[in-house]
Design a protein. Sequence first.
Length: 474
Amino acid sequence: MTLFDLLREKNIGPYRKVGSRYVGPCPICGGSSDTNRFVTKLGSDTGKCFSCGWGGNTVRLLRHLEGIGCKEAHKRLDLKCENASCPCYEKCRKQDGIRRTHSSSVSAIHSERDRFAPADPRTPEERWQRSALDLVVSAHSRLVENQEALASLAERGLDQEAVHKYRLGWLDGERGMSCIFRPRSSWGLEERLDGKTGKPTKLWIPRGYVIPSIMPDGSINRIRIRRPPEDLRDKNDPKYIAIEGGGNSLRSLNDRARAQMVLESDLDALLVDHLAGDVVGAIPLTTCGVRPDTVIFPVLSQAALILVSLDSDPISTDLTSQRVKGGGPIHSLWWKQHFQNSLRWPVPMGKDPGEAFKAGIDIRAWVLDALPISLHPAQRVCEKHSALVFDSDIAHGEIRAATRRISSACPAGAFDWLGVHRPVEIRRIKALCQEVEEAFAAADAVRFREALRTWEMVHLAAWQLVPGAERTPH
């Protein structure tokens, strides 16, 4: 069987004949039907992708597609694994195909197979969470007034409903700078001294889109800033900056879904959740090399299917650190080795869901195409924008649910303590309560849900200020 025969057997394609070659979508990183990224020849045993960098023969492709070892792949292809004429014969163990003297990041990923154990995630300090909440609330208010920023998010599939749902925000710079500086102590961070002046350094926060990771209890786990392109000095300048001191816990945006999807960026995960969150749980890793922690591991272990949709960036190696960069397709191998129910599912166009949406790809249809019929919804419960319709009965139910969550987390004597030591928090809560009531009276669904979420978040943050109080339900 040739490589081209294997592609046809796996229904990968279509491929077009260009001279003596056949070109089409890559079996690893995908691509549209009119792409030229992957090249092979009829009768050839090798192929090469000029997008993600993958290249290899029929054995290597079969091993990747089915997650099997070298020996099994040779057997399936009716080839002799013990053939001494094989160029890898002296370097291959003939079981899992790992070369004895190979020191690249790819073999490092393979070597994790027997020693991986989920680690406990890091959680942010209370002082950090209070400052994070203030930033999220203020940045969200700025974003809803910034039409240009809203339009840019809408191009990625995150409309105004999504902006309110995920508490997205926009942070401007100050004093003519493309960033802000804050005392590290105001975020509960350890003091650092400048090596030249000996003065305390400040926390640098760049301008850009504020993307909070909010846990089910309303606490903020981390904040990442998506910097605008004009602020990047060169291609190596990071697009995303995580505010120092945040947590690293992984979370599925729908941990009850039977199918889970692993993605890299927060914005891509929010897009998938916004358009297909009823059928799949989106899990943003922030980078392709992140592994499951003890919080997300049980969710993944119980999932019927795990879609691995890491970015299809071109693969390159940093010679200094010997680490693979942009290795979404490579790191997908790790998921296949540790979760037999995982499936590499790249977008059909572009490198990530955001680019695919811009190119006109139906993200919901792309997700459903990966799911077996048993995981499809019986019917779409509502149209995309139906959540914007105000229903007073539903709104009353949301108020009651938020009130129960607030009450169950309330420390004994919290209001009395706050009234004496933090009266500003009491005034803030009362002002937000009035905002909820006014939005309800105006029957404004978007404004109501925004005010209710903020009201709940501020309550939960205020409870954390009460020292030494025992958390008991009221």
